[in-house]
Design a protein around this ligand. Sequence first.
Ligand SMILES: NC(=O)c1ccc[n+]([C@@H]2O[C@H](COP(=O)([O-])OP(=O)(O)OC[C@H]3O[C@@H](n4cnc5c(N)ncnc54)[C@H](O)[C@@H]3O)[C@@H](O)[C@H]2O)c1
Length: 339
Amino acid sequence: MKILITGGAGFIGSNLCEHFVNKGHDVVCLDNLSTGFMHNIEHLISHFPSHFHFIHGDIRDLDTCREAVKGCEVVLQEAALGSVPRSINDPITTNATNISGFLNMLVAARDEGVKRFVYAASSSTYGDSKELPKIEHNIGRPLSPYAITKFVNELYANVFTALYGIETIGLRYFNVFGRRQDPNGAYAAVIPLWVKALINHQSPFINGDGSYSRDFTYIDNVIQANELAATVPHDVIVKQAENYNMNLPQNAPLDLVFNVAYGGNTTLNELFRCLRDNLAKYDPEIAKIEPTYRDNRAGDIPHSQASIIKAQRILGYNPKFSALQGFEQACEWYYQNLK
Ligand SMILES: NC(=O)c1ccc[n+]([C@@H]2O[C@H](COP(=O)([O-])OP(=O)(O)OC[C@H]3O[C@@H](n4cnc5c(N)ncnc54)[C@H](O)[C@@H]3O)[C@@H](O)[C@H]2O)c1
């Protein structure tokens, strides 16, 4: 297959590039390097000169999208500005990238005759819904500009499938973590941020009393979900979706959007202890570090946990890494790469 991976120099995108090029596919990576890095993909450029092609460009430019998608059968649309706080500080840029850029990619993919368009959706779409575990057809009201953009992506994808026939599959990621997730900058995610602090013998901040919980999802589970979404034949998906939808309420939408998670929950206090214990194996001094508690962050929901039944039934998703197994892998990688 020839696959376009947008945002391919970022955390999730670079892991996807590596996976698909290692499996023998031709990969085009489109990225503007706003939050991604050349060092995430340099090894692919040098090892796979004829199967990996990097385009430094922006999805906000339709011509760039058209150029990048030429000859591709599948698009994995990862390019976006992540982070809820970033979108609260700068909703205009988040909207331009995550909605206008996304729409450009959909139009370019449609016009090129791309067979399947798989895109990074988000657990933030559950908004203020208190239901646990989160089930795809039951969402609440969005709590941030970022959440709005990710929901609009789903709406656009569904409309493009209905109007133009392009196959679209949305993967609602839940707190993804693992190798190459950036520990630096104002909008760094909690795991790399805390790991970096611990490695530097600093006390990480916990927002609130540490009882909030998340369904932390190791990157290899996300890779598996993307591989399935890109390759499971359309007729199989349709058949399984019909079976799955028979059990849904009558007004539930029939869209192909899936939670991608492990289906567990880890509190922030548990997360802290796990990261500390894992890193203390390499540096016993780390075992002495205690966290610093501070106020809850506005807009954070107390608990997030996914039902992964839909992805299991329709795509055959079967995540191999629990959060605990993932924390161990991630700590080992960060210790080797940050130290
Ligand atoms: N990491 C998570 O926990 C998580 C959770 C839910 C959804 N997501 C989604 O997954 C996708 C990947 O996220 P990530 O964590 O790897 O973030 P990331 O910031 O590491 O990767 C995003 C990549 O997109 C690129 N990009 C941004 N704007 C662009 C533009 N205008 N044109 C071209 N490239 C652009 C960045 O340079 C970066 O390489 C995003 O769509 C994000 O919203 C991530």
